[in-house]
Write a protein that binds this ligand. Structure first.
Ligand code: PMP
Length: 395
């Protein structure tokens, strides 16, 4: 099986696996237990990983909060900031985001905006019941603007500026789009947020370990990450929360309970996963420039091969400001689900985000390609992709 769906998830780097194994075997202590060696070792491992994640983005270790992944980080940051800013700081209740965010941002914002969400399978009785209820809007006390985007799926800086109001508390824009790979201009958007005293979050899940992120200069307050997009295991991620000075940034927790993660996130740490995430960040810091250069070169090759096999293919997204290795395209005359099924035992590619798999891509709709959404295919290369894998696309 040739794996070319690395935006959905990546294989685990063998170095990462090796670092994790002791924490699945003999080093099984709970880092929140006290004083005995097994617990202390586990705690040390978590703190080492926190340092490794922080170093990759030039953050302070205490600015990294481990979560179960980017969906949780997005929910935590948006709901946590919204709740705190409105009900405790009384700063306002308006949030700005875009129409092409990952669903964990989009649905969180729609939820705050009064919609009911419960993604039960479409045909279930429970889902019909929830759908009926969902017709009713609930006043959760927030107002959200969903900005439309340009042909590449990017937010326009002036649109953002013009949408900021007196009561705007938070803006959230995706760093690199998970379907077509375009990068938003986070630097410019973040500066606008700062100038207007609006907190700024970016979902950086698809860019961590792929492009340089330096939070010392990037004007963001919050970032979301996931380990399984960068050669580490599933079920772990992080929220970056900028800390100014000694007082911890105040926001409401999503997972209530214990005092883990500086009190931001309750629950026993998944030590082995956290260790794997940390190791993957260390490797990315060490090797990223080298493998991303190779991936960018392979992308050029892959596009040539795709065009030769499927003339007329339209590559989507910003051709320059993009995530290297992610290729979102419309292939004329080829229905995506059919192609994916045809290739199912040979090559793994996708028709868009794995989180919205049962529906046509809304990103494609938003960039005005609706009639062609059934032609949309996404393939993403990784540091493990080799030239033979690329050639297989043309077979
Ligand atoms: N945001 C983006 C941009 C993503 O691509 C994904 C993964 N599909 C997520 C959030 C969710 O990440 P996780 O699987 O860790 O919950």
């Amino acid at each position: 099986m040739i794996y070319l769906d690395n935006s959905a998830t990546t294989p685990i780097d063998p170095e990462v696996l090796e670092a994790m194994l002791p924490y699945l075997k003999e080093e099984f202590g709970n880092p929140s237990s006290r004083h005995y060696t097994l617990a202390v070792n586990a705690e040390k491992a978590v703190e080492k990983a926190r340092n490794q994640v922080a170093e990759l983005i030039n953050a302070k270790p205490e600015e990294i909060i481990f979560t179960s992944g980017a969906s949780e980080s997005n929910n935590f940051i948006i709901k946590g900031v919204a709740d705190y800013m409105k009900y405790y700081e009384e700063k306002g209740n308006h949030i700005i985001t875009s129409t092409v965010e990952h669903k964990s941002v989009l649905q969180t914002c729609k939820f705050l905006n009064g919609e009911v969400f419960n993604n039960l399978p479409n045909k279930s009785v429970a889902s019909r019941f929830v759908k009926k209820k969902a017709e009713k809007k609930i006043d959760r006390g927030f107002e959200v603007d969903f900005l439309s985007v340009n042909e590449y799926g990017q937010v326009n800086a002036d649109d953002f500026k013009n949408s900021i109001k007196e009561n705007t508390i938070l803006a959230s824009f995706i760093y690199g789009n998970n379907e077509i790979g375009s990068l938003n201009d986070i630097d410019t958007l973040g500066k606008i947020a700062k100038e207007n005293n609006v907190l700024f979050h970016s979902d950086a899940t698809q860019v961590l370990g792929k492009i340089d992120i330096d939070v010392a200069t990037l004007p963001v307050d919050f970032l979301s990450f996931s380990a399984h997009k960068m050669y580490a295991p599933k079920g772990v991620g992080a929220a970056y929360i900028k800390q100014n000075g000694l007082t911890k940034y105040k926001m409401t927790s999503l997972i209530h309970g214990g005092q883990q993660e500086f009190g931001y996130r309750a629950g026993t740490h998944g030590v082995h996963n956290i260790v794997g995430f940390g190791k993957a960040c260390e490797i990315a810091k060490r090797d990223m420039h080298e493998y991303m250069k190779k991936i960018a070169e392979f992308e050029v090759e892959a596009k040539k091969i795709i065009l030769a096999k499927y003339p007329g293919t339209e590559f989507l997204g910003d051709p320059v400001n993009k995530i290297p290795g992610m290729i979102g395209m419309l292939i004329p005359g080829i229905v995506n689900e059919m192609l994916i099924k045809d290739l199912a035992n040979e090559i793994a590619i996708s028709a868009g985000s794995a989180c919205g798999i049962s529906e046509p891509s809304y990103v494609i709709n938003e960039i005005n390609k609706t009639p062609k959404s059934s032609l949309f295919i996404r393939t993403t290369l990784s540091k493990f992709t080799n030239i033979d894998n690329i050639k297989s696309i043309g077979r």
